[in-house]
Design a protein around this ligand. Structure first.
Ligand code: SF4
Length: 295
C-alpha cells in the first residue's frame, strides 16, 4: 500500500511550486540561449534575449518569481491505483496558499461574478488539477504556470475556415496555426512555444493542446507525420520576423508540440495553446519510500 506523510508531502509540493515559479527548466533556458546566439550582434532581438536571460538568472539565484504574473497553476497528477484524489487536492491547496504567503505566487484567483480576489490563489477550478491513474508504483506531479498574456492569444479554430482557405485536412491545420501566430504579433510575450491540439471536441481539443506543453523542448513527436509538421512549422513561423516581444528578429517561436484526438465527422477543431518565454514547468516524483526527485 502506497503511503505518505501529509505534512512532508505538503512541504515537497511547496518546493515544487517554488521551483516552477523561480527556476526556468534547463531545456527552456538552453533554447533561449541558442535563440540569443542566433540573432545578429547589436540587434534589438539579441538585446531582448539578453534581458530575458538576465531576468531568468536573477530569479533563480534570488528565488524570486520569474514574472509578476503567477498565471494559471495547472497540475497533471499521475497516481497508482488506490490513491485518494481528494487528499492530494487538499495538500496542493495548502501548499499553494503557503506559496502565496512566501511570495512565490501572486494571489491570482478572482471570483468571476464579484471580481473579488480570494487572496490565496484558491478558488473554483483554481488551481486546475487533472488526475490520471497509471500502473507505476509512484506518483508524479507535473506543474505548469501559464501566464494570462499568453493565454489571451491562445485560440481555437473550426475547420473549414473559408477566409483562410483552410480545409479539413493537415494543410488546413497548418494554415490556421500560421494565422494564429501572425495575429499574435509578439503579444503574449514572444517568443512563444505552441501546444497544438488537433481534433477532439472544443474542451478536449484545448486540453490536448495544453498537455503538449508538458513535453521537453528537445523531444521528438513519436508520430512521424506530426514530427515533420512540428519541424516545418518551427522553421516557417520563424520566417515571419515578429521576433522576441515583437521587436523583430529570427526567433518568433521556440518550439511547436502537436497532439491529436479523434473527432466527430461533423467537427474539426484546432486549438492553439500559446506559451510565453516564461515557460514555467517542473515535475516531482514521489516514490513509495516518501523520497522525491524534481525535474
Ligand atoms: S505572458 Fe508570460 S512573460 Fe508575459 S506577463 Fe504573462 S507570464 Fe509574464
Amino acid at each position: 500500500m502506497f503511503q505518505y506523510d501529509e505534512k512532508v508531502l505538503k512541504d515537497q509540493l511547496l518546493e515544487l511550486i517554488r521551483l516552477a515559479a523561480t527556476d526556468l527548466p534547463r531545456d527552456v533556458v538552453e533554447s533561449i540561449q541558442a535563440a540569443e546566439q542566433n540573432e545578429d550582434e547589436g540587434s534589438a532581438a539579441r538585446s531582448v534575449f539578453g534581458m530575458i536571460l538576465k531576468n531568468i538568472e536573477l530569479a533563480r539565484v534570488e528565488s524570486t518569481p520569474i514574472c509578476q504574473d503567477t498565471g494559471t497553476n495547472i497540475y497533471m497528477v499521475y497516481i497508482p491505483e488506490g490513491i485518494g484524489m481528494r487528499k492530494l487536492t487538499a495538500l496542493i491547496h495548502k501548499a499553494t496558499s503557503e506559496a502565496v504567503d512566501k511570495s512565490y505566487l501572486r494571489p491570482n484567483a478572482v471570483d468571476s461574478i464579484t471580481g473579488k480576489n480570494s487572496g490565496n490563489n484558491i478558488g473554483e477550478g483554481q488551481p486546475f488539477i487533472h488526475f490520471e491513474e497509471w500502473d507505476n508504483d509512484y506518483i508524479e506531479f507535473k506543474l505548469m504556470l501559464k501566464g494570462g498574456g499568453c493565454e489571451n492569444v491562445s485560440t481555437q479554430y473550426k475547420l473549414p475556415d473559408v477566409g483562410l482557405g483552410a480545409g479539413r485536412d493537415m494543410d488546413g491545420v497548418y494554415k490556421v496555426i500560421v494565422d494564429a501566430v501572425n495575429k499574435a504579433q509578439g503579444l503574449g510575450c514572444a517568443p512563444g512555444i505552441l501546444g497544438i491540439g488537433v481534433g477532439g471536441d472544443r474542451t478536449t481539443s484545448h486540453l490536448t493542446a495544453k498537455s503538449q506543453l508538458f513535453r521537453k523542448m528537445t523531444d521528438t513527436n513519436p508520430n512521424t507525420e506530426l514530427a515533420s509538421m512540428e519541424s516545418r512549422l518551427l522553421a516557417d513561423l520563424n520566417e515571419l520576423g515578429v521576433g522576441p516581444m515583437g521587436f523583430g528578429g529570427k526567433t518568433t517561436i521556440l518550439g511547436v508540440k502537436m497532439g491529436t484526438m479523434h473527432r466527430l465527422p461533423a467537427s474539426f477543431f484546432v486549438s492553439i495553446s500559446y506559451m510565453c518565454w516564461a515557460y514555467r514547468r517542473h515535475s516531482m516524483i514521489l516514490n513509495s519510500n516518501g523520497e522525491v526527485t524534481y525535474d
